[in-house]
Design a protein around this ligand. Sequence first.
Ligand SMILES: Cc1cc2nc3c(=O)[nH]c(=O)nc-3n(C[C@H](O)[C@H](O)[C@H](O)COP(=O)(O)OP(=O)(O)OC[C@H]3O[C@@H](n4cnc5c(N)ncnc54)[C@H](O)[C@@H]3O)c2cc1C
Length: 435
Amino acid sequence: MTRTAEDRAIVVLGAGLAGLGFAREIPTARIFEAKPHPGGHAYSHETAGVAFDEGAHISHTQDAEFRALINNAAGRVHDGQARSVRNYWQGHWTGYPIQNNLRDLPADLRVRALTDLVLAATQPAQPSNYREWCLANYGSFLTDEFYEVFTTKYWRRDATDLATDWLSGRLIPSDLENIIRGAIGDDVADQSKFSSFQYPESGGFFGFFEQLYTDLDLSLGRAATEIDLNRSRLSFASGPDEHFEILASSIPLPALIDAIKDVPQSVKEAAKKLRHTKLRCVNLIVAGAELTDSPWCYIYDHEIDAARVSFPGTLAPASIPAGTTAIQAEVFRDALEPWGDRDVLAERTVSQMANLFGFDPAHDLRAVDVVDCSHAYVVSDHNRASAAAHILDWLETNNVYSMGLYGRWKYLWSDGAYRSGYETARNLKAAHGIG
Ligand SMILES: Cc1cc2nc3c(=O)[nH]c(=O)nc-3n(C[C@H](O)[C@H](O)[C@H](O)COP(=O)(O)OP(=O)(O)OC[C@H]3O[C@@H](n4cnc5c(N)ncnc54)[C@H](O)[C@@H]3O)c2cc1C
């Protein structure tokens, strides 16, 4: 006999977008979330009335159903153009991506970059790591001066330590005609994954999702600490234990494995191999409107802590107090690296932003806030795929359904994280005969 979802104790760990997608497919599922708010990494934090995201977030989803869902939930949505994204490198502002905008470099460097690119294009290549992929696609000048520098700031390791399985959809492969056009000042064909994007007019990126949590069975401030699969019991840092019949989880795989009792040693070892970065957002509100028209920019210099800087006012112009600019500087570290003194990094970042965007911190700074994210990007090193697959196989045989960005331990955009949740719920309904 088909049982309904109401008959079953279906429990979800984590109320990010994967948890949201799951619970919208099975609304009777009970969601337990460690933080005092839902949204996970898609949450937006308020500083002096301005919503700042956990690192630059925009929607460029190609999934029409998801797009309609989140646009309706947001109400009013602003359409933005990615064309004005900029790079900063050693005192030069250039277009993005650098290989298609060589005209912005001084002539001697343009020649070096072009020569290396053409040489690379004539060599056969079968890259086995990210550095080799960059050398094959961009040549040695751009690899050493741009991509390697950025890798050490963003991924916090050498490019040789990264695999190539994360590149599709995130980096643009070289196209010689575009590169030459960009070098001589011609118009370049748009090669980017997306040329336009959407952002809520208010509430930050979380404005897309906030309404969708209404009516879900959500318990906040409940961090799962122990999972007993034999007794089907969950314990939390606070609050009573809970029983589950079916368990889905979107919490990071290492935390999940750490919480489950009696995990085989090989699975524990695999969990230790998973690496991720963490993120410190330095959020500023500065007097002076229109300090830039870029939605965000990438910073390639080692001397500047931030790897990426975004401007919520160009994403949602109406959401920023008149006569001010909102700036978010993103600084990344490996999860195991210490942050050092919070105030020192914040002060240094304010002064670096002041030099870059031309404001006077003593007079123009209206507000500054620091928001830390313990999990930023999953690091696609050479261990990631096999270690994650080993853990996920074991979880599956033990009927634990792991989903989402950190639950699959694989980069997912917001639409992918949501889809991972609702597809997990659909598969589970089919497998358990839930009507
Ligand atoms: C810096 C950055 C920028 C990004 N920019 C974009 C972008 O521009 N566009 C886009 O589409 N996507 C972007 N993404 C991706 C997007 O943010 C994610 O795909 C999505 O938010 C992940 O949702 P999730 O539910 O899988 O994970 P999460 O959001 O991490 O949700 C997991 C939840 O589990 C909770 N949790 C953890 N431990 C426990 C526990 N023990 N007990 C209970 N709960 C727990 C967490 O608090 C969290 O709420 C970006 C990601 C990063 C890192």
